[in-house]
Write a new protein. Structure first.
Length: 266
């Protein structure tokens, strides 16, 4: 399967895309998505580009943060927002990915898979290794993150990175087996628009697995969230929200002041 068959034009929504001279070309409207530095940039000609509106969104666009994200930024940020107990319960990234992989049923299902808001590609690479016969698409809106992800993802022949908007995914309807979304829900301007897009691109019976921050138990956690502009989600609120959008079979695993959830597209 050619990865272009999974994508759609962000301009006219047609699915007649093909790779020509390292560019993604739409046969319907002529839209040209440039391939640069190992990824396809669907934001290059976007008509309504989103502007970073919070401190964290601006940090995510920093080249320095992108390079230190996996080893420095993410573990310390999670420790600050979720408490030390979250890391102790998972044993670090390996344990966290184990939960995500099994929640997505990656051992029992074939892809394609989408790692939404992939950052520098830590989960994307792990997913590509766990499902070597299936495409894994890593998508993020921050150019610096996708550049680092593409650089670190060289050597995986089933992994492709895209710069795109989670609120308007350049992916065809009903073609994705499972969507992974780790620790990005609080960054979105309009989470419901993102949920609706995820529902659209999933196959029937497809799975959406994500992680986010729950209401903080400590005063320090609450103040940190306010200073950083981080939205926390009550599990009951998220469950009702996802159900209203159209998802079913909500499940969750609580990890300190964070939690991993799974829902299914009926």
């Amino acid at each position: 399967m050619d990865v272009a068959s999974l994508l759609r034009c962000p301009q006219c929504k047609a699915t007649e895309l093909s790779v020509q001279s390292k560019q993604m070309i739409c046969a319907e409207c002529g839209y040209c998505c440039p391939g640069r530095m190992g990824f396809y940039d669907f934001m290059d000609q976007a008509m309504n580009k989103r502007v970073a509106s919070t401190a964290e969104q601006r940090f995510m666009e920093s080249e320095l943060v992108a390079r230190v994200y996996e080893r420095v930024w993410r573990p310390n940020f999670v420790r600050l927002m979720a408490g030390k107990g979250a890391e102790a319960l998972t044993g670090g990234f390996a344990g966290e990915f184990f939960i995500h992989k099994n929640s997505l049923s990656m051992d029992e299902r074939d892809g394609p898979w989408l790692d939404l808001s992939c950052g520098p590609g830590m989960f994307s690479r792990a997913m590509a290794s766990a499902s070597p016969g299936s495409w894994v698409i890593g998508l993020d809106i921050a150019r610096s993150m996708v550049e680092v992800a593409a650089s670190r993802g060289r050597g995986y022949d089933n992994l492709v990175f895209i710069r795109g908007d989670a609120h308007e995914l350049p992916i065809d309807d009903g073609c994705i087996t499972g969507v992974n979304n780790s620790g990005a829900l609080h960054v979105y301007d309009d989470p419901e628009a993102v949920f609706t897009e995820i529902l659209r691109v999933l196959k029937p019976d497809g799975l959406f697995v994500g992680s986010t921050f729950a209401p903080a138990k400590s005063l320090f956690g609450r103040l940190s969230s306010q200073v950083a502009g981080i939205r926390r989600f009550a599990p009951s609120e998220l469950r009702a929200w996802l159900s209203r959008v159209g998802f079913a079979d909500y499940e969750e695993v609580r990890l300190g002041d964070a939690f991993i959830f799974r829902v299914r597209k009926p």
